[in-house]
Design a protein. Structure first.
Length: 135
């Protein structure tokens, strides 16, 4: 059974992808709380209630992109230390180094590989926990 956080928030403007991720996690036996948000603004309005331990965040969204969401999170007490995984088709892995200081711990590439999705999220979560424990 993969190791996953108790509460995950997935922020993406594509409703089909939000639903796919929800179903994939449920099918894998994920018993935690998954919250999906269709925009960065919605997520920021709900973060106090959601209290995510991990944020899965699309970069390219209308209205407020993922980088703007991160910038706003860093100004708040709630959310500024929550690890972030980009879920995107627009980022090269090499670019990840630039965003690590902002709390980005990894990238999951679109189109989503549903056969590996839970494993990928779990691996990034475990890596984050190990890094935090070593610090």
């Amino acid at each position: 059974m993969p190791t996953l956080p108790e509460r995950i928030a997935y922020v993406d403007d594509e409703q089909d992808l939000r639903e796919l991720l929800r179903v994939t996690l449920e099918d894998a036996g994920y018993g935690g709380a998954l919250a999906t948000c269709g925009s960065g603004r919605e997520f920021l309005q709900r973060i106090r209630v959601l209290q995510p331990e991990l944020i899965l965040l699309d970069i390219k969204m209308p209205d407020m992109d993922g980088l703007a969401v991160i910038a706003e999170l860093k100004t708040r007490d709630m959310g500024k230390d929550v690890p972030i995984v980009f879920v995107t088709g627009s980022m090269k892995l090499e670019m990840l180094e630039r965003y690590k200081p902002l709390g980005v711990v990894g990238v999951i590439h679109k189109p989503l590989d549903l056969d590996r999705l839970v494993e990928d999220i779990s691996a990034l979560w475990v890596q984050h926990l190990e890094t935090r424990a070593a610090a």
